[in-house]
Design a protein. Structure first.
Length: 131
């Protein structure tokens, strides 16, 4: 390949990016070589700065993605402790077995469901509290 000399600036814009033309550096004047060196050094600094910024952004994005993935993984999910609920006093008692009671929360116990099916009313099982 035959080198050729380009008059003026050997760095040209190509597709929005700086690009070096084929230049015979041996035949370039010293002033142009210094100017070329300064331009190349500025480009080097810009590339280094952009690379550093990209590395920082990638590190931050990686941390964000890993945080989101930890939330999605079932094995690493943090289980919240249930808040303490106050003890609920029973409202209903089984007349056949006085130890079986129901506070009125959740599903009806079998003993109560059977009694209600037989025709009894819920009020018949109320515990009368002495105040």
């Amino acid at each position: 390949m035959r080198p050729f000399i380009v008059k003026g600036n050997p760095i040209v814009q190509s597709k929005g990016r700086p690009r070096m033309r084929n230049v015979d550096l041996r035949s370039m004047p010293l002033d142009e070589l210094r100017k070329l060196h300064e331009e190349l050094w500025k480009l080097h600094e810009q590339v280094t700065q952009v690379a550093t910024e990209l590395a920082q952004k990638m590190t931050a994005e990686r941390a964000t993605i890993e945080k989101r993935l930890r939330r999605l993984k079932p094995g690493t999910r943090q289980i919240r402790a249930r808040r303490p609920y106050p003890k609920v006093m029973p409202k209903y008692r089984n007349p056949k077995n006085r130890r079986e009671t129901w506070a009125g929360r959740g599903s009806r116990p079998r003993w109560l469901a059977a009694q209600l099916r037989s025709g009894k009313k819920l009020n018949e099982f109320l515990i009368r509290h002495a105040h």
